[in-house]
Design a protein around this ligand. Sequence first.
Ligand code: ADP
Ligand code: GN1
Ligand code: MG
Length: 352
Amino acid sequence: MDSKLVGVLKNFEIEGKVIDVCRYGEGHINVTYLVTTDKKRYILQRINNTVFPDTDGLMGNICGVTEHLKRMGAETLNVIKTKDGKSYLKGAEPYRVYDFIEGTVTYQTADDTDMFAASGAAFGEFQNYLAAFDASSLVETIPHFHDTPKRFRDFKAALAADACGRAKECEEEINYVLSQEDMYSVAMDDLKSGRLPLRVTHNDTKLNNVLMDAVTNKARAVIDLDTVMPGSTLFDFGDSIRFGACTCKEDEEDLSKVKFDLVRFRAYAEGYCNAVKDTVTEREKELLPYGSYLMTIECGMRFLADYLAGDVYFHVSKDKHNLIRSRTQFSLARQMRENFGEMGGIIKEILG
Ligand code: ADP
Ligand code: GN1
Ligand code: MG
């Protein structure tokens, strides 16, 4: 066992004697460990304070949102306090602890469409719960998180800097991002003009950010609350489609396996749209297919920008990992653009 982590855990109000600490999960941002004591299990996370420099603000949001969700009767993350009553352990490397939510699993692909529909319902209900949450109490943990034109400017800056001399290897991918420029501003323009409502959203709705019941495959808890901020339904719907309506993992190297799957799209859309049907607006409905494409190409440009910058943001575990991830996203984005009509038809069938 890592003695540093055992030392970190001594600062928290945890039950029992620590018998094991090991790396856990497939998140790209924080460093997550599963902690086993002789009484129960916990999740320990080293918070990525490069990505989230305002750790007080971040943890304030999480405590506020989880207390709200508990009051609404939803199952959610339970923050374990430090022995001096704080929500996380301060330091150059900040840490937090949650109860491990037992009897749950996370999936990296949505092969089971009922399960994917259940995750859609969970994210839709999550948005409903947050409709009653005071947005002004939230800190914007990553400003401009889904501001795609800003992400595009950041991409162009990474390309101009070409810090590692990698641009020459990815000309095709770079040209694709540049070629789509006229598609990037619709969501932000509509949010600014009020055509799209600003809501409190999760903003990182990939399938492995919802815990599914290990027996029933129904959704138990929406997790990874670091990016709960004002945003758009398009972001939450779109990011789930990006990750889950694909036939392979996000880092598949064989692009012939990357297929945008309308069956999975329909399953998720049924779960999500039925949950938000009382509040969703006509403009949101109309733009849900576009939101799926937008979140996919935005994520692809973020992976590619990080590859160009030298893999400084997303955790990587193999050579060219971010470039490989960006390729799956661009392949999907292309297929989504070709399927706007079909996607729109499915949304109409569900919501009218
Ligand atoms: P990241 O921001 O790096 O994605 P997450 O908070 O999503 O970190 O955690 C990474 C993974 O750890 C999740 O996908 C999930 O599998 C697992 N996980 C996180 N919190 C819990 C919890 N409280 N109970 C059970 N599993 C959890
Ligand atoms: C990151 O934290 P995680 O792994 O759930 C990222 C998302 C990306 C996603 C791509 C805070 O999500 O925005 O869409 O990777 N989170 C942050 O898989 O940047
Ligand atoms: Mg996560």
